[in-house]
Write a protein that binds this ligand. Structure first.
Ligand code: SF4
Length: 207
């Protein structure tokens, strides 16, 4: 029997990425005894189960408010902070719109995009491929963070002090450039190094 993997996320709200007990109860009751459920490092659960039952299971998971995305070489759900400063101060609505705009896009290697509602950055944004950090009323974007391996590195400042309405155009343009020019299996941090920040800034200046 063929098995396939997909990603499940509860989304995020004030308090963080929180599953409701009934969502987990539904998940437990429908995936089957031989399913594998993996807790990833990027706030998605990976469910591996019988391929021919996946469509029906995904419909039921969506009905209880869970977000379903492909696993593998795709952009992940936005990895957001817990919005402890409150929805407005920490930019919860901005983060939700950004999540909808970026998630589930096919890319040369899995892409993690982080968000922090203030400079404390408790969601570790500088270790993500792309990160948006709210700085009072404006936003900074970092690129090229890498958490894995002995050559782990922090993201570099790509643009500073931008207004809210430029976030989605810039981040989606960065993803599109990676889709177009990234080599298969090339990590985004390596891609940024190869193209250089300056070149990326030039390519996105009108976004
Ligand atoms: S990044 Fe700032 S707003 Fe978000 S949870 Fe951390 S301290 Fe709170």
């Amino acid at each position: 029997m063929a098995y396939k993997k997909f990603a499940v996320s509860p989304g995020f709200r004030e308090g963080g990425s929180l599953f409701k007990p009934e969502q987990l109860a539904v998940l437990d009751s429908i995936v089957g005894d031989d399913a594998k459920i993996e807790l990833t490092t990027f706030k998605q659960l990976y469910v591996e189960m019988e391929e021919d039952r996946i469509s029906a299971v995904q419909i039921q998971l969506k009905e209880v408010g869970l977000d379903i995305q492909p696993a593998g070489y795709y952009t992940k759900n936005l990895i957001a902070c817990n919005f402890c400063r409150g929805a407005e101060d920490a930019g919860l609505n901005v983060a939700k719109r950004l999540d909808e705009a970026i998630v589930g896009k096919e890319v040369p290697s899995p892409l993690k995009i982080g968000y922090a509602g203030c400079a404390l950055g408790t969601s570790e944004p500088l270790l993500k491929d792309i990160a948006v950090v709210k700085m009072n009323d404006v936003y900074d974007i970092y690129v090229g963070g890498e958490a894995k391996g002995i050559k782990a590195r922090l993201g570099q400042l790509y643009v500073s002090g931008i207004p809210e309405d430029r976030i989605i155009p810039l981040v989606t343009r960065l993803i599109a450039i990676f889709q177009e020019l990234g080599k298969k299996k090339e990590k985004f941090s390596k891609f940024v190094e190869r193209l250089t920040i300056e070149q990326l800034q030039k390519m996105t200046q009108h976004s």
